[in-house]
Write a protein that binds this ligand. Structure first.
Ligand code: NAP
Length: 275
């Protein structure tokens, strides 16, 4: 039986890159999207083709859900339960940038609330739902402190939760403070759930992308082209959705079995302090 991955915001961009890499290494996939059904279907078709080329047979589905809405989150997990009956990997990828980049002194509450709903509240409570189900699936529902530290379940069930944050979690961009604050808050999700879920055999990771070529960065392409060519990142190129997908696939395929709560920078070395 293939492991099953749910990827939020997988119709386009980084989520799509993650879906393709997980397909390549034999995961059944639930592709979540917010509005763009055609793109989600195309991603799914491409994933099935990539899996086939790699000699894998996978199953997949798409599901529209706004992760900021509680009923949608319930329906999304329900759809995975109905179609696949298990969940091995949750990838919290869906996220949005502010509709307008505004200086801190002009920023609006509406934009702040929108970003906190989608970038923070959505993944936090989706993780809660997924974790409850993973605990149930592992047959290990005892709360920590009651002495249950049992080994991974016999069929190799080894659940993981992977959250896509951003270099904006620690980089100040005064023209999108709401985005930076949402990503800084999101970064606390991983240590919290890693600490809470380790005794249940669930490992939790954060992947921190740098500047990645997607629709989100389209409007600022010229600025980033210039900064990259001037040496902003030690590895002097744009990141790609496949760069993030490969990091997720490494974790999903158990390449970090003795790590949890870890932050993995996939940013061309942006985070390095240099002199
Ligand atoms: P993108 O190209 O704009 O794609 C966003 C994806 O999220 C789409 O699949 C979209 O679905 C989905 N989505 C948006 N709002 C949603 C909601 N409320 N519920 C469910 N799905 C929703 O963005 P991206 O660049 O791939 O970014 C993906 C993640 O990486 C985000 O969390 C972003 O903050 C983070 N990130 C991006 C970069 C970068 O340079 N691009 C850098 C660091 C971190 P539809 O297609 O249906 O609209």
């Amino acid at each position: 039986m293939n492991p099953v991955a749910l990827i939020t915001g997988a119709s386009r961009g980084i989520g799509r890159g993650i879906a393709l890499e997980l397909a390549r290494c034999g995961h059944d996939l639930m592709i979540n999207f917010a509005a763009n059904e055609e793109a989600a279907q195309e991603t799914l078709a491409d994933c099935l083709a990539v899996a086939c080329e790699s000699g894998r047979s996978i199953r997949g589905g798409t599901h529209r859900a706004d992760i900021s809405v509680g009923a949608d989150r319930e329906r999304l997990i329900g759809a995975v339960r109905e179609q696949f009956g298990r969940l091995d990997v949750l990838v919290n990828n869906a996220g949005v940038a502010p509709e307008a980049r505004l200086d801190l002194l002009e920023a609006t509450e509406e934009s702040f609330d929108r970003l906190m709903r989608i970038n923070v509240k959505g993944p936090y409570f989706l993780t809660q739902l997924a974790a409850r189900w993973m605990i149930e699936l592992a047959g290990n529902g005892n709360p920590p402190g009651e002495g249950d530290r049992r080994a991974p379940s016999p069929d190799g069930f080894s659940p993981k939760i992977i959250t896509i944050s951003s270099i904006s979690a620690y980089t100040a961009s005064p023209n999108r403070g709401d985005y930076c604050i949402s990503k800084a808050a999101l970064s606390m999700l991983t240590p919290l759930f890693a600490a809470r879920l380790a005794t249940h055999g669930i490992r939790v990771y954060e992947i921190r992308p740098g500047i990645i070529a997607t629709d989100m960065t389209g409007p600022v392409k010229d600025k980033y082209d210039r900064l990259i060519s001037e040496g902003l990142t030690p590895i002097q190129r744009w990141g790609t959705p496949a760069d993030i997908g490969k990091a997720v696939a490494g974790i999903a395929c158990d390449m970090l079995p003795f790590s949890t709560g870890e932050v993995i920078n996939v940013d061309g070395g942006f985070h390095l302090r240099r002199l």
